[in-house]
Write a protein that binds this ligand. Structure first.
Ligand code: AMP
Length: 217
């Protein structure tokens, strides 16, 4: 199955993509994770990307399209994939359509997860991730203090630089300006499915699975 999960930062795309990846046995391709890996390994891309990401802005379409073009042609993606965080602009969506055409593939579902933007600020500013293994915790849901360490590997729990409230608001502005037109792009193509991401993690997973199992996807 080939799926695009799309929606504002903090809507839970990453969480749902990981769950679906396990359920459907297809890789979760998160452009945010790929960029953070590049930052952590200190590559040229990572050095360029860090300041842009910390400011809540978008990396250039040219770079992002190149990354996706390479990843989608790796063997691990041959049986399908879940895209999380790409496309984020109309030129990225157009380039992806061309690439899919070139690879003779089609998407089974383009799903937009919707949520109230104030809920996003609340969710993201209470999200901590482990510096060691990347496990994500939420101060509102998990019984943790901001000084706790990772329950899996004992690593340090940190607030991502781009999850600080002022940066979250900037990321939401960027989403409305650059990414909302992507919604319009897929809506016009007649392939967009909308689900509410306001419920619990399990509720949202159930909605997505229901949608994927429906004949109309
Ligand atoms: P995410 O983890 O998806 O919220 O991405 C974190 C940051 O990585 C974003 O705020 C952008 O700076 C950058 N990024 C991730 N995906 C893209 C993309 N498709 N286009 C441009 N920038 C991106």
């Amino acid at each position: 199955m080939r799926i695009i999960l799309f929606g504002p930062p903090g809507v839970g795309k990453g969480t749902q993509a990981k769950i679906l990846s396990t359920k459907l046995h297809i890789p979760h391709i998160s452009t945010g994770d790929l960029l953070r890996d590049a930052v952590n390994s200190g590559t040229e891309l990572g050095k360029k990307a860090k300041a842009i990401m910390d400011a809540g802005q978008l990396i250039s379409d040219y770079i992002m399209i190149g990354i996706i073009r390479d990843v989608l042609q790796t063997p691990k993606c041959s049986n399908g994939f879940i895209l999380d965080g790409f496309p984020r602009t109309v030129p990225q969506a157009e380039a992806l359509s061309l690439l899919m055409l070139e690879l003779k593939l089609r998407f089974d579902a383009v799903i937009i997860m919707e949520i109230d933007h104030e809920e996003v600020v609340k969710r993201l500013s209470s999200r901590l991730s482990c510096k060691g293994c990347g496990t994500i915790y939420n101060l509102l849901l998990d019984s943790l203090k901001s000084s706790s360490s990772c329950q899996k590997c004992g690593g340090e729990l940190i607030l991502r630089d781009d999850d600080k409230p002022e940066t979250i608001r900037k990321r939401l502005d960027v989403y409305v300006r650059s990414t909302s037109p992507v919604k319009e792009y897929y809506y016009r193509a007649g392939v967009l499915k909308t689900i509410s991401a306001e419920g619990s993690i399990d509720d949202v997973t159930d909605s997505i699975v229901l949608l994927l199992n429906s004949k109309h996807v």
